[in-house]
Design a protein around this ligand. Structure first.
Ligand code: MOS
Length: 731
């Protein structure tokens, strides 16, 4: 590989379409004869529907049908997916499990008619006391369902005999993904064939789920999503509103379109679950960690599953002999949580890295030195060497760029007028995750290539980087290569999530392109008229729109000539990737690592916190595109600043109602909150994945909240252990 195409910071290939309004998002699709749906959600969090009166809604102009639990067909639950169970089928009984639960779906000729009629549905409730607090002893608990808890050494004894110890409780609230694009579904039945336009990060999973729920073959279901207006994890499930829309379309015999409202985006498509976390750290006086004990409770819906191993990262973050991690989930009368950017680590790292900062103060040691002292070259769970790890370099390069050495360790000692200046930092990682993926590459008689896989581009740059990878491996200029995605009829693919897609897909694309080049080489080798006649295919490579002998570019032939002479319109090859077993390779597959350095300025009198600077040093393995890669980190850093200072989905403690489910009330950072963000990539291509990437979708967010809290501590002397950090914490 020359490396001139891959790695280059080219502009997004889909950029012009997006800025010209020519990229259709799920809510943009319309078909002839379609009708529109609107949801009615529960206004109470627990109890039962005693009576639901739909007469007025049914009599309203344009209304075609009103579905409730009384006339909704009984449906099967969808299948287990790689990320867990499908949501339970909607509107199957009269029980209310959370605020916002779907109680009725009104279908009408226009969206306005559906929304107006939805307000006419009258619901009489029998209320029961909702379980809303994650620490409520009455909440049913789910303990370690995925077997991710850790226990090594003798943590209890190490804590008891510690020379220096900190034990603290940290809390994080519900955060809501809040993508700009409202989630939308358009369901079109043609007899037993179903086509669905849907906001999802995972078309193959939506296809499988709908086929199972509606009892049709998977081959009869097609899910389309060429563009996604953000999702941040909310698109990793086939939510109940999708099932309802598809069910309504089948019952009515017309295409049905549903676009969620912004308030519904807060209760129907998941959120980052709140956590209460207790962390104990022990160290000897020289700063070597002797024990880590991290126990968490996070919230879970009453009848849906989402699993986040909140403390799991603490088991491999540092060299430490004695470690306990424990995650418990409490079932509550709250809407279902789901992945939200950097699931688990986003919450767990805040607690661990805040505690590390507290330990640094207890030791009177520089927080950066404490991390360096406890860095580990091997995965402490298995003892295997990491497939790549440049965390030490992240610390060093990041500290250098930030100017960490100019930090006066004394809290409150650095000032600029009324502003107290604080420097804080955190280390972070996001674990390796990879799953099988497939792709198909085709070169046509005009010399252009089309590469396909049923993935999505959630704004991360998949269209762009896969065009680069395809161009490089087919030896074609970028302008002759198109990478297409977002259609479940394309080769099966995993979710765009878990920082795992670029590696899984990239390796599948490399495989498909390699197989295609080989097919051309084989055709040429068998052909007496080809300059490559008799050349073994393994001696052939691709470049300049041709296949040629490796190291001898003049001896070869163009794709166009080979296809023409063989009378072929095109040639295709399928490729796939299956992650190798870490044990077989004798190494621990590395996710991304990072070091985050933050300068905050806190107004001494008003308690205002301003982020002045952020330096993110990231080891993401091989970076396929410097520009989109940097954008990934910048976007996630802003998400991290949101988590640190703004985002807080408030559930009313009396009623279970989400009290701030609008963009007017749910705070997210705006441009004025964000300074220039410095991003530097360090490290080497990863040894475990053939393409060398490690996935950078999550790592930009992890560590920011802790680095901000640690900077606030340095500026003000106040330790804030509960996110978000707000003015009232600092007055
Ligand atoms: Mo990501 S939260 O896995 O979309």
């Amino acid at each position: 590989m020359s490396g001139t195409v891959v790695g280059a910071g080219i502009n997004r290939v889909d950029g012009p379409r997006k800025v010209a309004g020519a990229a259709p998002y799920p809510s943009d699709f319309n078909v002839h004869h379609q009708v529109h749906a609107a949801l009615v959600g529960s206004t109470v969090a627990a109890g039962r529907v005693v009576r639901i009166d739909t007469a007025a809604a049914e009599a309203a102009p344009g209304v075609i049908r009103v579905l409730t639990h009384l006339n909704m067909p009984r449906l099967e639950r969808g299948p287990m997916t790689a990320l867990g169970a499908s949501p339970p089928p909607p509107m199957q009984d009269d029980l209310i499990r959370h605020y916002g639960q779907h109680l009725a779906l009104v279908v009408a000729e226009s969206p306005e008619q559906a929304a107006a009629a939805a307000r006419l549905v009258a619901v009489e409730y029998e209320r029961t006391e909702p379980l809303l607090d994650v620490l409520d002893p009455k909440a049913p608990q789910v303990i370690d369902p995925w077997g991710t808890d850790s226990d090594r050494g003798d943590t209890e004894a190490a804590l008891a005999s510690a020379e220096v110890k900190v034990t603290q409780t940290y809390t994080t609230p519900d955060n809501t993904n809040s993508p700009l694009g409202l989630f939308a579904t358009l369901a079109i039945w043609d007899r037993d064939r179903l086509t669905v336009h849907d906001t999802t990060q995972w078309p193959s999973m939506v296809k499988e789920t709908l086929a199972a729920v509606f009892e049709v073959p998977e081959s009869s279901v097609r899910v389309l999503v060429p563009y996604v207006g953000g999702a941040f994890g909310a698109g990793l499930r086939a939510w109940q509103h999708v099932i309802l829309t598809v069910a309504a379309a089948r019952l009515i015999g017309r295409p049905v379109k549903l676009v969620l409202t912004r308030p519904q985006m807060f209760s129907c498509v998941g959120h980052r679950p709140d956590t209460v976390q207790q962390v104990s750290l022990a160290a000897n006086r020289s700063g070597e960690l002797t024990a880590i004990d991290h126990r968490t409770v996070s919230s879970l819906a009453m009848e849906d599953d989402d699993y986040e191993a909140v403390s799991a990262g603490s088991a491999f973050a540092y060299r430490c002999r004695n470690v306990v991690t424990r995650d418990v989930q409490a079932r509550l009368n709250r809407p279902a949580p789901c992945s939200m950017r950097a699931p688990a680590e986003g919450q767990g790292n805040f607690a661990l890295e805040s505690a590390m900062d507290e330990l640094a103060y207890a030791l009177a040691m520089d927080p950066l030195q404490l991390r360096l002292r406890n860095d580990t070259d091997v995965d402490p769970r298995s003892g295997l060497p990491w497939s790549s790890k440049a965390l030490r370099e992240c610390y060093q390069v990041g500290a250098e760029r930030f100017g960490w050495s100019s930090r006066d360790p004394e809290p409150g000692s650095m000032r600029d007028g009324d502003w107290l200046i604080g420097y804080g930092m955190a280390g972070c990682s996001y674990p390796w995750y990879s799953v099988p993926c497939s792709a198909r590459a085709t070169v046509s008689r005009d010399g252009s290539a089309l590469v396909l896989s049923a993935v999505t581009d959630i704004g991360t740059g998949t269209y762009t980087v896969m065009t680069q990878v395809s161009a490089e491996h087919l030896g074609l200029p970028l302008g002759l290569v198109r990478f297409d995605l977002g259609d479940s009829d394309m080769p099966a693919a995993p979710q765009a999530g878990g920082s795992g897609l670029t590696g899984s897909l990239g390796n599948a694309v490399v495989d498909a392109c390699g197989r295609l080049v080989r097919r051309f080489a084989e055709l040429a080798a068998e052909d007496g008229e080809s300059p490559l006649h008799g050349v073994p295919p393994e001696a052939v490579t691709a470049g300049g729109g041709r296949v040629h002998v490796k190291g001898e570019s003049s001896r070869g032939e163009s794709y166009i000539d080979i296809l023409s002479r063989n009378g072929l319109p095109e040639l295709s090859a399928d490729g796939s990737s299956t992650p190798a077993s870490p044990e077989d390779l004798g190494m621990a597959p590395s996710g991304a690592f990072g070091a985050k350095f933050v300068e905050v300025r806190v107004d001494r009198d008003l308690g205002l916190v301003r982020i002045a600077r952020v330096v993110s040093a990231i080891d993401g393995g091989r970076i396929l595109n410097e520009k989109t890669g940097r954008s990934q980190i910048i976007g996630a850093t802003i998400g991290g600043i949101g988590q640190a200072l703004f985002e807080d989905t408030v559930t009313d403690p009396g009623t279970g109602r989400i009290a701030n489910g609008t963009f007017g009330d749910y705070l997210i950072p705006v441009n004025a909150d964000i300074p220039d963000l410095d991003v530097v990539f360090v490290g080497e291509p990863d040894r475990f994945s053939p393409i060398g990437t490690k996935g950078i979708g999550e790592i930009g967010l992890v560590g920011i909240a802790a680095a901000v809290a640690n900077a606030v501590r340095h500026a003000t002397g106040r330790r804030v252990r509960s996110l978000p950090i707000t003015i009232d914490d600092l007055l």
